[in-house]
Design a protein around this ligand. Structure first.
Ligand SMILES: Nc1ncnc2c1ncn2[C@@H]1O[C@H](COP(=O)(O)OP(=O)(O)OP(=O)(O)O)[C@@H](O)[C@H]1O
Ligand SMILES: [Mg+2]
Length: 209
């Protein structure tokens, strides 16, 4: 594969989408036309439908296993139809959430078997692992406040509270420890978005130059 695949991870409200948007502006200003941006769930026609079901449907109650399989279905479609074709060109793909969110939320958070989630992820990604995963880390009391002030109470995950977020954060940190060569952890608790953006750019430059 000629391109590079970069994923942004971390608990709710930690600043993933903010950083993705800052990278979009950077890419636009520097005419980096080969940088493309996407997200999980999403990025394909099926992904858009699944995103609606998984994050915005207020009434549907889905079991943790079914929920996991929907994330996996989104991922399989996204890898086949979006990521692989893009990586065959000389592109830098930056993706808001990916495999690690499923392990952290559905495994560490909801208590599904973590080894099984790894297996499902492996099937879905068809050999395409991120070249770099940036984990934004902060205490949930900080990110939760940020997420709440944004006022998106419709997001089902955010509605589940601080204790859930603590489990997810611990999960992300454990996942990162297991694969230190893929992960870069940025402590975002006391940094403003532009400082974090500078850190992110440095990490991206390391793998593309
Ligand atoms: N470094 C920062 N300092 C203070 N506020 C921030 C910082 N980064 C982002 N924010 C604010 O925090 C809120 C949540 O940020 P953002 O939507 O980027 O988080 P997220 O990680 O994408 O969350 P989610 O997982 O729910 O999509 C936004 O209102 C954003 O403006
Ligand atoms: Mg976001």
């Amino acid at each position: 594969m000629k391109g590079k695949f970069i994923t942004l991870e971390g608990i709710d409200g930690v600043g993933k989408t903010t950083q993705l948007e800052l990278l979009k502006i950077f890419a636009h200003e520097k005419s980096k036309d080969n940088w493309i941006f996407t997200r999980n769930p999403g990025g394909t026609e099926l992904g858009i439908e699944l995103r609606e079901i998984l994050l915005n449907n207020q009434t549907l109650r889905v079991t943790p296993l079914a929920e996991t399989l929907l994330y996996i279905a989104d991922r399989a479609e996204h890898i086949s139809k979006f990521v692989i074709p893009a990586l065959e060109e000389d592109t830098i793909i930056i993706c808001d959430r990916f495999i690690d969110s499923t392990v952290a939320y559905q495994g560490y958070g909801r208590g599904l078997n973590i080894a099984n989630i790894h297996k499902l992820n492996e099937i879905a990604i068809q050999g395409i692992k991120p070249d770099l995963t940036i984990l934004f880390d902060a205490d949930p009391s900080i990110s939760f406040q940020r997420a709440k002030s944004r006022g998106q109470s419709g997001d089902k995950i955010e509605a589940e509270g601080l204790e859930f977020q603590k489990k997810i954060r611990a999960g992300f940190l454990e996942i990162a420890q297991l694969e230190p060569e893929r992960f870069c952890i940025i402590d975002v608790a006391k940094k403003n978005p532009s400082e974090i953006h500078e850190n992110v750019l440095k990490e991206i430059e390391k793998i593309i130059t």
